[in-house]
Design a protein around this ligand. Structure first.
Ligand code: ATP
Length: 361
């Protein structure tokens, strides 16, 4: 077991630095209580503001640091008024996904007791599932490669055996991990449109092949349209859902909607060698500099990082601290007194972060 870990830190744009600073303070608070691990932070330049100053969005030196690190912690990036010459937004997080082959986009959908949701949740039902969005191919393979003529536009969806095998193996392993920790039902559902497209029949076939390697888990299929319906009607039945990039893009926002908004939605992008953790929300330039941004999605992403590092390196203290951090936020949400404005409270960023440290103490 190794106990010293290098963390590449991208502070990002807009509210990015405002939520990264308290997140690192909280991580420091946790590591000050243990000798089981040390986290070293290596700050990396990147993003829209950096691009506006230098003409580079993700410098080679930052990519090198990210590659050499044990995990990457990234805050919100991009600014609507800073764009490349072709009009697209600066998004180093997407470049990192491609560069580091981070094929598994992990989007937990968790409702803590007392958390506001647009759903009426029956007594005794718990919403706690994980949506895994393939993040390097699918319809997004076509990004920047679409063909448009006066009369026609074409984009191409690509599903490869190699990435799909890794993706499904990851999904089943995660379901096993959740089951072992009494967090999940041991169920993986492949979300596709295999009744209409051959590419999705291929996707499903590979899923079924991988399912055979995990006979102790349940494997199921669902069409993407029905999944959208069930995410609203009976989301408590899900455990781990795994799907193509574009379907996952849409369903993960629906998942954030179930949680009452993006302010509580963390995420991870995981590959075979690297992993990146960042909140689902953007850089919120409308509230940047006011000190009122919600830090919870960023802190929850950091808690996922601790858990992942712990499992990856067999370091139980990291796993436990990740869970403790998640529970601390769960308690604050249930208590309701230190919530930021976006989720119905009055607290500012500093008050919300202080409440987390108080919970941990
Ligand atoms: P992107 O396209 O980069 O994902 P976006 O255009 O979807 O970004 P966000 O930057 O996520 O938009 O912001 C959407 C709305 O949510 C804004 O009104 C913003 O202020 C609010 N918001 C986003 N994140 C937070 C946060 N952490 N705390 C409070 N409000 C937030």
């Amino acid at each position: 077991m190794r106990s010293e870990y290098q963390i590449a830190v991208f502070e990002g744009d807009g509210i990015g630095p405002e939520i990264m600073v308290p997140t690192l303070e909280i991580l420091n608070h946790l590591q000050s209580k243990t000798s089981a691990y040390i986290l070293n932070y290596n700050k990396c330049d990147a993003g829209a503001l950096y691009y506006s100053k230098t003409g580079e969005s993700l410098p080679e030196s930052s990519l090198k640091t990210a590659r050499a690190s044990d995990a990457i912690l990234l805050s919100a990036m991009g600014l609507p008024n800073v764009r490349y010459d072709d009009g697209t937004e600066i998004s180093p997080q997407i470049e990192l996904r491609k560069e580091l082959s981070l094929f598994a986009g992990v989007r937990p959908v968790t409702l803590y007791p007392g958390q506001k949701s647009p759903l009426n949740i029956p007594e005794g039902k718990i919403i706690d599932f994980i949506l895994i969005r393939e993040s390097t191919e699918g319809l997004f393979w076509s990004q920047g490669k679409g063909e448009v003529t006066k009369d026609e536009a074409r984009e191409t969806l690509v599903i490869t055996r190699d990435v799909s095998e890794k993706l499904f193996k990851f999904a089943f392993s995660l379901a096993q991990q959740r089951k072992d920790m009494n967090q999940g039902k041991g169920l993986v559902t492949c979300v596709d449109k295999a009744n209409v497209f051959r590419a999705f029949a291929f996707f499903r076939e590979i899923f079924d092949e991988q399912a055979k390697n995990f006979p102790q888990l349940k494997a199921d299929h669902a069409y993407v349209d029905a999944t959208a319906l069930w995410m609203v009607q009976k989301p408590w039945d899900f455990d781990v859902l795994v799907t193509e990039n574009m379907f996952g893009d849409i369903l993960s926002d629906l998942g954030a909607g179930l949680m009452g908004g993006l302010g509580l939605a963390p995420s991870a992008d995981i590959g075979e060698e690297h992993a990146l953790f960042q909140p689902c929300h953007g850089s919120a330039p409308d509230i940047a500099g006011k000190g009122i941004a919600n830090p919870f999605a960023m802190v929850l992403s950091a808690s996922m990082m601790l858990e992942w590092l712990g499992h990856q390196h067999g370091n139980q203290a990291l796993v436990e601290d990740g869970l403790e951090l998640k529970n601390a936020i769960g308690n604050i949400i249930s208590d309701g007194t230190s919530l930021t404005r976006d989720i119905g409270g009055q607290a500012d960023t500093a008050m919300a972060a202080k409440a987390i440290i108080a919970q941990l103490a």
